[in-house]
Design a protein around this ligand. Structure first.
Ligand SMILES: [Fe+2]
Length: 526
């Protein structure tokens, strides 16, 4: 693939002996690009035409930049997945009446609705075949006589031990099924482009006639999807205004603390769903003779106005302090004598009043220094480190670095399928949530999420950035703002074609770009 111009962690112009070697290679590889003509793609298409469509109008093909005919954009796919999850409630109704307001119970007649998502059999297969650890991946819990206990042994989970706990009345919580199970990964990853927040999952398996957890609330927007068996749920609203939309999960609550009547009390059956805003107290128990398996899909952890302001206000203060000398003037000598918790109750003296007025004035001046886009970008950067990598379809893999490009040929004993991006290659971001452009430390960096693993924050965010600088940033910006439309490499809005090619090549190599068609090999393989 094409040569590097954008560096992983250093600046774009760092040079060394090693870089010189890279440059030589770049020149050779550039030659490959230069020798490629637009006609080669068309020629190939013509050869394949009967398999694709009866007639190809190349001008029309070039003009149709408004999306992939085969697959929806990740934004549409996210919306569709969400619609599926809350159906038959429509999203507009959901967001106006329920989101962050009150729980929603959906009863379905189709017990197979969520069947393909996960099963106890799938859990069994995962713990048999993969190395899951107690505490990290699996929790063994019980709740009896108002007492919640965790029984995690140390080390790896083995099926025989886990099922022994289960037979003795313990619940099993799988903390991150998306790490081990493709369908859960796919749903969570797809929903990320609906919520624009990290989407996670927990699976709960509860033996007949037991309860696994004490009543509690969580710090996430939660969608409980019943997969197998039945569970009796009592759902309570927050007990007072301070518990509405809490930032953090509660401790275990005792039965005596549940003073009001449940707002929902229901037996959840396969295909049914309950949505709970964060802060909703919930308590579920299994009925005699039937186990229960449900998955909770969660979003919007620490994604409130407070979290945005936590990024914004320190940045505003830094800017105000840099630009306005009043913020840099010393506090009065008597400030510490005048203010403080010991003097809180004192009647406001002239000195106290003066300090309060001054602080109020400075705080109100901060409003003129709010770097809002930059603060939202900081949340975007956090998102890049937190979210799941895209769950690519097979045909998508064939058009990205995951499946396209050079391959080792076992019989020929050589590398085949040497591809290059052409000036007229059409490409777009692989997902809307694949990258975030961030102005940082006097330069512009592109953070990306595609090299995350399916384990939360396994890859440090600082390992997933390209420094693009002010000069190349408009090309990345164009790809971000054009999504989901296809963009021709030669149309990227930076002056030099060579730079356009290199930005595209570097982004392709990080897995953040998908091409409209698989790239072509420009040479006959030997
Ligand atoms: Fe919970």
């Amino acid at each position: 693939m094409s040569a590097k111009v954008v560096n992983g962690n250093g600046g774009p112009t760092a040079s060394s002996a090693e870089d010189d070697t890279t440059d030589d290679i770049s020149k050779k590889r550039k030659k490959l690009v230069a020798s490629a003509s637009k006609s080669s793609k068309k020629k190939k298409l013509k050869e394949n035409a009967p398999e694709l469509v009866p007639v190809i109008d190349y001008d029309l093909l070039d003009a149709s930049d408004d999306g992939d005919e085969d697959l929806p954009s990740s934004l549409e796919a996210g919306d569709q997945a969400f619609e599926w999850m809350i159906s038959p409630t429509v999203p507009s109704k959901f967001y106006s009446d329920y989101w962050e307001k009150k729980p929603l119970y959906i009863k379905r007649t189709d017990q197979t609705y969520f069947k393909s998502l996960f099963s106890t059999k799938a859990l069994e297969k995962i713990i048999r075949e993969q190395r899951l650890l107690y505490g990290k991946n699996i929790d063994i819990t019980s709740f009896d006589k108002d007492k919640r206990e965790t029984h995690n042994p140390s080390g790896r989970v083995y099926p025989a031990v886990l099922w022994d706990f289960f037979n003795n009345g313990c619940s099993i919580r799988m903390l991150n099924p998306q790490t081990f199970h493709s369908a859960v990964w796919r749903l969570c990853a797809t929903l990320q482009d609906h919520f624009h927040s990290m989407v996670g999952a927990n699976v709960y398996l509860t033996p007949p006639g037991t309860q696994g957890f004490a009543p509690h609330w969580d710090d996430v927007e939660a969608f409980m999807l019943q997969l197998e068996g039945k569970k009796h749920w009592k759902i309570y609203g927050p007990r007072d205004p301070s518990e509405v939309l809490p930032r953090y999960s509660s401790e275990n609550l005792s039965q005596s603390e549940m003073t009001s009547e449940p707002v929902i009390e229901v037996d959840l059956e396969p295909g049914d769903m309950i949505y709970m805003p964060r802060g909703t107290i919930h308590q579920g128990n299994c009925l005699e003779g039937e186990h229960s398996l449900h998955i909770t899909i969660s979003a919007y952890q620490l994604n409130s106005w407070t979290d945005l302001l936590e990024k914004l206000l320190p940045a505003a203060l830094a800017e105000a302090s840099a630009e306005d000398v009043e913020f840099r003037q010393g506090i009065p000598r008597d400030c510490l004598l005048t203010m403080g918790v010991a003097r809180e109750e004192e009647k406001d003296t002239q000195a106290r009043k003066a300090i309060k007025e001054k602080v109020n004035r400075l705080v109100s001046k901060l409003v003129d220094h709010l770097p809002l886009d930059g603060a939202v970008d900081q949340l975007g950067k956090r998102l890049m480190g937190d979210i799941l990598p895209p769950a690519l379809e097979v045909e998508e893999k064939a058009r990205t670095v995951y499946g396209d490009g050079e391959k080792w040929h076992g019989i020929k004993k050589t590398v085949v399928n040497r591809v290059e991006i052409d000036p007229d290659t059409h490409l777009r971001l692989v997902r809307a949530s694949a990258v975030r452009l961030v102005q940082e430390e006097d330069t512009v960096k592109m953070y990306y999420s595609t090299e995350n693993t399916r384990e939360f924050r396994e890859v440090p965010i600082e390992d997933q950035q390209l420094e693009v600088g002010e000069e190349l940033a408009p090309a990345v910006e164009h790809l971000i703002t054009s999504y989901p439309s296809w963009v021709k490499v030669e149309d990227l809005p930076i002056p030099e074609l060579e730079d356009r090619m290199k930005v595209a090549g570097d982004m392709w190599e990080k897995g953040v770009l998908i091409t409209r068609e698989p790239l072509e090999a420009h040479y006959d393989d030997p």
